[in-house]
Design a protein around this ligand. Structure first.
Ligand SMILES: Cc1ncc(COP(=O)(O)O)c(C=O)c1O
Length: 396
């Protein structure tokens, strides 16, 4: 049996019978074991009550922390289960003790929500944002980043893989620079976790945000935060909840140790169990094998698209991932997406407002984003490319 049994993974995935799903960077298709984990717990809640069902699921919930920790190479106490990657990212970003004149260093391909939060901190706290330029390959210029680090820099915050392109930023080199300068490093790994092996020690980040629904193939409304023990102990969340703190006396409370201080008490146990199953499912398949398969399929898609007249590829970076972006001359990205949808192929349209600094500087308003996962096939990629080839071209 091959290391990664694509056929078995497809049999596990009801959505594979319905659509050619090339929108894994939006929300991937959940495999049956994930659906079962969610459904079983919801059924139990309906039958015996939500609190009673959660009581019986305690050990399985604890195992979700252990699975997330195994996935990224940390300890379970360094994981907080949250509703999405933005909650994870902002939980840390806003908890830092910012002072007027502090600097936040980031890259050009930042996700809209992240960058708007930086702007919010700039306007509210007087934080200075420094955007490091790209190197000639289109990834963050690590030498320029190193040059900008000084004692006023309180955080490096960076998207590992942006929402709108195949770029994989050199996170480990950024981590090395951050460690050398003793600056905390917050990595947005929303698009990379589940797609490629991630080890927080190798990367050298102090904090990392991830989502469940994308390359991890988990349910929507799930995500997690990694906060290194020593880094999180110094942080006070901006808002408290009995999930993250304990009321110990009339005039006192204590924060939960480690990453748990960022959690809220109320959460969907069913979805969290689904997230845990999704992480285990990825681990069982092997992140190295998943990454290899994603790379081969994305390479095939790029190579085929490159042969089509009028098609321009837009991915940048020395290392490229499963996100493939392109435009078709004379056909708006939305029209390309609609044509593909009519042929049973799901893709997404990335817009300038998603990663404004990056797309605007390249003069791109909207681009088609096709994102492959390991369960896609060469036939599906050929089908998508056939449909794109059939789009009538406007004569030059
Ligand atoms: C790079 C990147 N960061 C963050 C997010 C936000 O993730 P979430 O919707 O889980 O908060 C996205 C979502 O598309 C993303 O692509």
């Amino acid at each position: 049996m091959p290391a990664l049994d694509v056929r078995a993974a497809r049999r596990d995935t009801p959505g594979c019978e319905q659509r050619v799903h090339l929108n894994n960077a939006g929300a991937s298709l959940m495999p049956r074991p994930v659906l079962d984990a969610v459904h079983e717990h919801l059924d139990l809640e309906a039958r015996i009550g939500g609190y009673e069902a959660a009581g019986g699921a305690r050990e399985r919930l604890d195992a979700v922390y252990a699975s997330a920790a195994r996935l990224i190479g940390c300890e379970p106490g360094e994981i907080a289960l949250l509703e999405n990657a933005t909650r994870a990212f902002n939980g840390v970003l806003y908890a830092l003790p910012w002072q007027r004149g502090d600097r936040l260093v980031t890259g050009r391909a930042e996700y809209c929500s992240n960058f708007m939060s930086y702007l919010h901190l700039e306007q509210r706290e007087g934080v200075e944002i420094t955007v490091v330029p790209d190197d000639p390959e289109g990834q963050i210029d690590v030498a320029a980043l190193e040059d900008t680090l000084d004692e006023r820099v309180k955080l490096i915050a960076l998207s590992h893989v942006p929402t709108s392109g195949g770029l994989v930023n050199p996170a480990a080199r950024v981590g090395a620079a951050a460690r050398a300068a003793a600056v905390p490093f917050l990595l947005d790994a929303c698009q990379s976790v589940g797609q490629m092996p991630i080890d927080v020690d190798e990367i050298g980040c102090d904090f990392l945000g991830a989502t469940g629904r994308k390359y991890l193939r988990g349910p929507r409304g799930t995500g997690f935060l990694y906060a290194a023990h020593e880094a999180s102990e110094a942080l006070h969340p901006t808002a408290l909840d009995v999930g993250g703190a304990e009321w110990t006396a009339d005039d006192a409370y204590v924060l939960k140790p480690g990453a748990r201080r960022f959690e809220t008490w109320e959460a969907s146990t069913a979805l969290q169990l689904g997230l845990g199953r999704a992480i285990d499912y990825a681990l069982e398949r092997g992140l190295e094998d998943i990454w290899r398969q994603v790379g081969e399929l994305a390479g095939e898609l790029r190579a085929t698209l490159a042969e089509l007249p009028g098609v321009t590829l837009h991915d940048r970076g020395a290392t490229r991932c499963g996100i493939v972006t392109f435009t078709v001359a004379g056909t708006p990205a939305d029209a390309v997406r609609e044509r593909l949808a009519a042929g049973g192929v799901n893709v997404y349209v990335s817009r300038v407002e998603d990663t404004r600094l990056d797309l605007a500087q390249r003069g791109l308003d909207s681009i088609v984003r096709a994102s492959v996962h390991y369960f896609n096939t060469r036939e599906e990629i050929a089908r998508a490319c056939e449909l794109i080839a059939e789009i009538p071209r406007v004569a030059a």
